[in-house]
Every structure is written in C-alpha cells, then in structure tokens.
Design a protein. Structure first.
Lengths: 251, 346
C-alpha cells in the first residue's frame, strides 16, 4: 500500500492583519490540504471573517506581518480576480447585490473567466441545470438580478451554486449557514460536501448544526485574532456546549 | 407664440439652468435657419400621414423654434391593437427638423430609432393616448457623436389611459430633451424611464415633467445615467399634482453613476403638490461604482474592467425595470446591451 500524498492548498504563516490601523489578526498559522475540511469558530469580532477576506485579497485589509501561500505560491502580488482564476473561492457572509445583472449572465461570465476553456452554450446549460437541481433551485433564478431582493437563504444557495460551477481548489465559506432553515442547510451542506472532496475547505461558523452535516477534519477556536486551540470535531461540540470562556485563560 | 418675438429664457429658470438656449440653438438665437426634413419611415402595415400644419400655441422657446423651423410633419394613427411598430427617423444634412404626432386609439407599442449624421437635429413628438388605451413608447437616440440634438415631447393621457415611456440616450454630442406628459383623466398612468450613457465629452440634459391634473392617477419615473470621461449629465424633473387630484401616487428616482473624476452629474427632482391626499416621493443619488460590488465580481474571476462594465450595464438596464411591456423592455435592453458591448470592444 502506497502512502497518500498530501497536497497543500493553503498555508498561512504568522499572519498579522490590520484594518485602518486597528490590529485584527495577531499571528494566525494554518495549513489546509486538499480534501480537508477545517472549521473556524469564535465569538463575534474574533477575526474569523477577516481571515477569509484577507486570504481572498479584500483591499480593505492590510497585512502587517506574515505570509499566505496558495498551492505553494505566495499570494501577496495577486489581485482578487487573479486569486479567483487560480482556484480560490469565497462564499460571502453578505453577498453584494448587483441590480440589472441577471444571474444566468453573471454565472456564464464568471465561469468563462475562471476556466481555461470558456463554456459552450449547450454544455454549460446542462451543467448549470444539473447544479441547480442539486440545490433545488428553480430556473427562474437565472433571470433574476444577482442577489437583488433575494432572501437570506436564496443568497446562500446562489453562493453555493457558484462554488459548484467554479470548482475551486480552496473554498472559504464565511457563515454560509447563517439564516438558513434546516432544509436549506441540508441542501447547502450537500453542495459543500461535493466540492470538499477535491478541494480544501475553510468553514467559518458559529453553530454545530452545519458541522453535523459537513464533517470537519479540524476545528479551530479563534480568540482575539489568534487560533488558540485546534482539535477534531469534538472541539466544536465542546464550544457549542461550554462557549468560549474556558479558552480565555489560555488566550 | 412666434419664436422671433420670444425672449431668451434666463438661466435662472429650472429648465435652462444647465443648457441655456443659445448653447442648443443651431446657430445664432435670433435666427431661424433653413432646415431639411427628418425622414420618417415605418415598418409593417402602418403608414405615416403627412400633415400640412401644426398647431402653434407654444409658450416654450424650444417648441416655438421647432415650429418656426418647419421640417417634415407626420401623423401616425393607431386604430388597431399592434404588438410593436418600428419608426425609423433619419437625420441628414446640416440642420434637420421633424414633427411626429401619435394618435393612439388602440393599444400598441411604438419604438422610434433616431440616427444620422446631421450637425443639428430637432424633433417634436406629440401624442394623445385616448381613454382606456395603452401605449408602450420607446425612443432611442443613436445620432452621430458630433450631432447637437434638441427633443421636445408632449403627451396627453386621457381617462384610464396608460403610457409607458422609455428613452435610451446614447447618441449626440450635446443633447437637450424636454419631455412633458399630462395625466388628463382619472385612472390614467405613466411609467417612464430614461437611460443615458454619457461618454467622452458628451453633454446630455434630460428634463421630464409629469402633470397630474386628476385624482387616482399614477406616475413612476426612473432616470439612470452612467457618466465617464468629461461628460456631463443633467436630470431635472418637475412633478405637479393639481389641487383636488387626490389619491394620486407619484414617484421620481434619479440615479447617476460617476465613472471618472472629470465626469459630472446633476439630479434635481422637483415637486409641486397642491392636493392633500396623495403619495409623492422623490429621490436622487450620484455616486461612483460601489466597491463592494466590484469586489464581489472580481472574487468570481472578472477583471476590474469586466466587473465595472457588468455593473454599469446592469445599472443602466435596471432603469427599464419599471416597464411592464415585454416588447418595449426587450427592445430597449437589447439595443443598450449591443451598445455597451460595442463600447467595451472599442
């Protein structure tokens, strides 16, 4: 039996990040390999979303120390769209609405940007229909404007639909479970599990209920901009049960 | 009134603040120059009827000027329900002027395409929407980029009549539009949208007046413009609700997207409400592209240029979202999409 080769997707080294001069991340270290699901949990303001946003290259965040590598290459010089084209995906906590831009048109442009071969009309429609069916999305979605007037659950489904179509190597999911009812959560979890087979996943969440459906390999507890404890799925259960106070001493 | 006897309106007047009459007149304001006819043609089974004379009761200088200048005069009678009637208007020569009257006695959609290379173009469109009829009307200005353009419109919408009015302004170097509609009967309504793409040094001044003379009338005006280069877009509106026109529901929203530091935009809605029991709302906003929208699209692999083009296109298309006639909406959206794609490809 040969030993499985680990393929590093994301490496975060001693990452310090500030927003308008205020330090948010204070030395984060994290390695995600292909096929692994990592969950980051923490109180509001702990820096979880900042970690996802800074990895994706949001211009509002300033890296003051440390480095981030994607598949072994440093990310500093890459613009947001170049990171997306390289295979990174962020499911937004609050996706922007783009009035006047139809979902179908947007998806086609997005997929064409990320893939080497732009999708052909009929083949793309077939692929799109299959992905929408998995997420129980009605075709009328395609003619609506991107996130414009969408409910919270509809926005999250559209995020997952994009993830399925873009087939990223790294999926960052920022509170994708918030605002979802139990049926929608199950559908969204199914989408995440499908993508997670071939990519690295970083799930930011407050709740165990998503982790019942998407089994994490690692759970990280973040306190005040630092990952203070890492464990397996049992850590999420303990955090859900006992909160974060018991970690404050260690922090 | 006779044009030559009229005084040039001062810039203190709302209508002439940003494009004074001497700046849009084809030569010197005291002249009525020789003009050539705008050439009108209609697709399908409808015919235009040439008319000899037009009523001249205009106290507005632009309308009086167009009347004095002459040009072609046509009437389009719509007496049977029609899906869409395409009217092509061609402007050639130095100064081209034309008049079109739409007599709407049956429900229809009418789309006017104005194109040509004349140095100066003036058009006056009038329309009567008879009781309980619906018209979806679109006007596409595709004039040459060097053309000066004056457009006046006057619509009268009778009881239970419905007017959907869409403008796509993408042509001409200096444009002045003065579009007026009067809701002249209970239950009448107008949904109006203006979309303008101001590029280069284009100057586009769009003035829209909607007058509610009776109660239980409805109006909804949306004006969206995208301004790049050193362009200047002006949106002024005047919404009046007459005394006793209760249960009127009226709104105006003006939005401008500023795409460069040198681009300018004005958005000035005005309300005059003399009735007590009405709903009247107005809003105006001018802003650059939302960085959150840019970030979202770029995070999906679109370059900054592609992202901006998609946002601008969507913003402009969105002005037509208050229309309900599918023929009109599709025609306007298709023409705008083609225009933006051509612009993107240079």
């Amino acid at each position: 039996m040969g030993e499985a080769v680990t393929e590093e997707v994301l490496r975060v080294e001693n990452l310090h990040v500030s927003v308008e001069g205020t330090p948010i991340l204070k030395g984060v270290n994290l390695i995600i390999n292909r096929g692994e699901i990592h969950a980051v949990m923490g109180r509001n303001g702990a820096g979880k979303s900042t970690l996802a946003n800074v990895v994706m290259g949001h211009p509002a965040y300033e890296i003051t120390e440390g480095r981030v590598f994607f598949k072994g290459s440093p990310l500093e010089e890459l613009e947001v769209f170049e990171r997306a084209r390289a295979g990174m995906f962020l499911s937004f906590q609050y996706p922007a609405s783009i009035p006047g831009v139809q979902v179908g048109n947007f998806l086609k442009k997005s997929v064409a940007s990320v893939r080497d071969e732009p999708p052909k009309g009929r083949a793309f429609r077939k692929e799109l229909n299959a992905a929408m069916e998995k997420l129980s999305m009605d075709k009328s979605f395609l003619s609506r404007y991107v996130n414009d007037g969408f409910s919270g659950g509809e926005k999250k489904r559209l995020e997952i639909l994009q993830m399925l179509l873009l087939e990223p190597h790294l999926a960052l999911l920022d509170e994708t479970d918030s605002g979802l009812d139990i049926d929608a959560l199950r559908i969204v979890a199914q989408g995440i599990n499908e993508v997670a087979v071939n990519s690295g996943c970083l799930i930011i969440t407050h709740y165990q209920r998503l982790l019942d459906l998407v089994k994490p390999d690692f759970v990280h507890a973040m306190i005040d901009g630092v990952i203070i404890k890492t464990g397996g799925p049992e850590l999420a259960l303990r955090l859900e049960d006992q909160g974060y106070d018991w970690l404050d001493v260690a922090a | 009134m006779i044009y030559q006897k009229m005084a040039i309106p001062p810039r203190s007047e709302h209508l002439w603040r940003y494009t004074p009459w001497p700046r849009i007149h084809p030569s010197s304001p005291d002249e009525v120059p020789d003009v050539v006819d705008l050439v009108f043609s209609v697709d399908g089974g409808h015919t235009l009827e040439a008319i000899e004379e037009l009523e001249n009761s205009h106290d507005d200088i632009a309308r009086a000027f167009l009347h004095s200048a002459g040009g072609s005069k046509n009437r389009l009678l719509i007496s049977q329900d029609s899906d869409i009637i395409q009217v092509h208007v061609r402007a050639t020569g130095n100064i081209a002027v034309g008049h079109l009257h739409l007599d709407v006695k049956a429900s229809c959609a009418v789309l006017i395409h104005l194109s040509g290379e004349a140095e100066w173009v003036g058009i006056h469109v009038t329309g009567n929407v008879q009781p309980n009829t619906q018209i979806a009307y679109g006007f596409i200005n595709e004039l040459d980029t060097n053309t000066k353009f004056l457009r006046c419109e006057d619509w009268l919408v009778e009881r239970d009549g419905e007017l959907e009015h869409a403008t796509l302004s993408i042509g001409g170097s200096r444009c002045k539009s003065d579009l007026r509609s009067t809701l002249n009967g209970t239950g009448s309504s107008i949904r109006q949208s203006v979309t303008a793409n101001a590029v280069g040094s284009r100057h586009d001044d769009e003035h829209v007046e909607i007058h509610h003379l009776h109660g239980h009338t409805f109006s909804d005006l949306v004006m969206n413009s995208a301004c790049s280069g050193s362009s200047h877009f002006i949106a002024t509106g005047l919404l009046t609700i007459a005394e006793g026109a209760n249960k009127t529901d009226a709104s105006q929203v003006f939005r401008n997207l500023l795409l460069s530091k040198k681009a300018r935009a004005e958005a000035i809605p005005e309300l005059e409400v003399l009735a007590d029991d009405v709903s009247a709302a107005h809003g105006a906003a001018s802003a650059p592209v939302d960085p959150n929208q840019m970030h979202y699209l770029m995070s999906r692999g679109l370059s900054p240029d592609e992202s901006q083009a998609l946002i601008v296109g969507g913003f402009l298309l969105n002005a037509f979202s208050n229309l309900t006639n599918k023929y009109l909406t599709e025609e306007m959206q298709t023409r705008l999409t083609v225009h933006l794609e051509c612009e993107l490809k240079g």
